[in-house]
Design a protein around this ligand. Sequence first.
Ligand code: PLP
Length: 350
Amino acid sequence: MNTTKTNIKNLVRPNVKRMKPYASARDEYKGSVNNMVFLDANENPFENGVNRYPDTQQTRLKSILATERNVSIDNILIGNGSDEVLDLIFRAFCEPNQDNIITLPPTYGMYEVLANINAVDVLEVSLSSVFQPLVKNVLDKQNNNSKLLFICSPNNPTANSFDKDKIETLINNFYGIVVIDEAYIDFSEEESWLCRLNKFPNLIVTQTLSKAYGMAGIRLGICYASAEIISVLNKIKPPYNVNTLTEQKAIGQLSDRKIVEAQVELLKTQRKLLRIELENIDFIETIYPSDANFLLIKVDDASKRYNQLLKKGIVIRNRSTQHLCENCIRITVGTPQENQELINILKTLT
Ligand SMILES: *Cc1c(COP(=O)(O)O)cnc(C)c1O
């Protein structure tokens, strides 16, 4: 084990280490009784449900998540979508024009976008032909400025989960912080890495309410990590990054687990049915294994099939330009009716 990496302090950017966070008005009186008069934040005093600033720490939401996921509140940071969480991670650990991150293409496009925004180099290490990490190649590629390694599992757009052993070797031998993006974990047969958070000081797990939880519109992403990493991210996050309505809506959805569980089960059954139907379509060459709510499919001519579907009113994603994804399209699993419509149309295409 590399010794620098267990010491998170050595990975934090010097300016972040030195800075003091913004102290918001309300934070100073946290824990005070409810019937206090708040004349501290220049709010409009007339109640309408949103006239007060939101809780900067989303304490109610975090305590629900902490109980449900069996972690401590100190292990959680909430963001305005995972995209904000990922951006905070860059800003905490990557020195612009000096540090680099490692990504494993084909993968989620935001890692590179965020690297570009933050003036951080991207070192790419291709996945294998069966879309698994090539562990030795990754470890050979890293250098002393490699601060983040992004592991998306289940991976977008390939839909598969990465082997547990490979991920563990990477966490144990990477010099920096390993971010496991679990946006699709609820559709997967694999266990979340959350339960092993305590074992790995350099591990960050991100999840989102945008996919399985059906709440892409409220923008809520969750970051789980050691209390030390979370406190660094807390220091640099915008104080009111999660609005009152988003937190309320999230709490509502999380308190009614049964609906989400039933939807996830239905989507997994639909994923299976879709696969069976797609196997009979003769221009489809490969349907890759999926642990997510979408299928990656290799066809004879991706642009042609994409445009044919578009003319019929069905929008899918053409992933042809992605590394290792020539002539591949990505199709999200929809409602039973939507999936049937897709199949009916695909059967008519020549
Ligand atoms: C959809 C997706 C997300 C979700 O991002 P949000 O900002 O939370 O909506 C994160 N990671 C991956 C790989 C995704 O595909």
